[in-house]
Design a protein around this ligand. Structure first.
Ligand code: PMP
Length: 323
């Protein structure tokens, strides 16, 4: 990204109950969250709708539910209720007065351990929320070139991908950066059994003979919300079944279509794997149709209103803390 299109920092963030200037959303270096990446998080998207000039958060409650499951699995105390976090997200978006698509990160972190210990259990838990402009990716339009990573996906018996912990992304980072260094857009990871798991930040869906196929939850994958959305749309509008089963590496090579799905990625066509084109090397027709349906859903069209939360000021509104 050139300097000219660098995204400016927003005005505010949310830290432990208060809206603060963005630069003051800081943790101590010795919190376990900062030291080990001992945190769990959710990335959400807010979508700007031009015709009523309003911002809508997509599947907010589903993200908060998954955050709760991640916290439970780590024995993390819930410092704020779902209602408080929901309100905090909306208040932050109002405070920043965004008029564009945004990415919202809600992070629950372990604070300082007793005696500054980095490993001990602590009831000191905090939450920070940041929201930044998030234009649609280039990969959404052009598709992405991928390679099978030399790194294996973390697994449930060592570092469970189902728990959306910040530290998991060390694995994603190794795979993604290796792929980029080798000239690809991103990577696809196999699990320890040698089956397909997921991409560094999204789920993988293959289409063969009119069926959508994605690895099961036991393949080392996050339980994807975008995957659930895409599955529902495919079923409802295209009458396509979604099968969950193991996928071999070479099945990807002969897939009719392949796409990635994730909150930030949205629905991204995969156009090649290991330099082999997926079909004719162009985004496939089902993938393009799903992108159109997904666009309708995220922009809170009436049929999908159940998934969208209108961003509006609460009363009384949280006042930003003065600097
Ligand atoms: N897998 C990983 C590793 C991810 O980081 C993400 C993005 N959150 C996904 C899958 C897709 O999940 P979702 O559609 O819920 O964003």
């Amino acid at each position: 990204m050139s300097r000219a299109d660098a995204i400016p920092a927003p005005d505010y963030a949310w830290l432990n109950g208060r809206i603060v200037p963005f630069d003051q959303c800081v943790l101590h270096a010795r919190t376990q969250g900062a030291f080990w990446g001992a945190n769990v998080f959710e990335g959400l998207r807010g979508y700007w709708r031009e015709h009523d000039r309003a911002l809508y958060v997509f599947r907010l409650d589903d993200h908060l539910a998954r955050l709760g499951r991640s916290m439970k699995s780590l024995h993390m105390r819930q410092a704020y209720t779902d209602d408080e976090i929901r309100r905090a997200c909306l208040d932050l978006l109002v405070a920043n007065d965004f008029r564009q698509d945004v990415h919202v990160c809600v992070v629950a972190y372990f604070g300082m351990g007793p005696n500054f210990e980095t490993m001990s259990h602590t009831e000191d838990v905090g939450v920070h929320i940041t929201a930044t402009p998030a234009p649609r990716s280039r990969g959404y339009h052009d598709g992405v070139a991928t390679s099978i990573s030399s790194w294996r996906r973390i697994s449930d018996d060592s570092m469970p991908p189902r728990i959306k912990a910040g530290a998991n992304y060390h694995n994603s980072r190794l795979a993604h950066h290796e792929a980029v260094r080798n000239g690809f857009n991103t990577a696809l990871l196999l699990n320890h059994r040698g089956n397909v798991s997921e991409a560094p930040g999204s789920c993988v869906v293959m289409i063969r003979d009119g069926v959508l196929i994605t690895p099961p939850g036991t393949s080392g994958v996050l339980e994807g919300i975008t995957l659930a959305t895409a599955s529902e749309l495919a079923h409802e509008h295209l009458g396509m079944a979604v099968e969950r089963r193991e996928i071999d590496r070479t099945e990807l090579y002969v897939a009719d279509e392949l796409f990635l799905c994730g909150t930030l990625a949205e629905i991204q066509p995969v156009v090649s794997i290991d330099h082999l084109p997926v079909s004719d090397g162009k985004p496939g027709p089902v993938t393009r149709t799903l992108q159109r349906l997904y666009e309708t859903a995220v922009r809170a069209e009436p049929a999908y209103a159940k998934w969208s939360t209108l961003v509006h000021a609460s009363a009384p509104r949280l006042q930003p803390v003065s600097t």
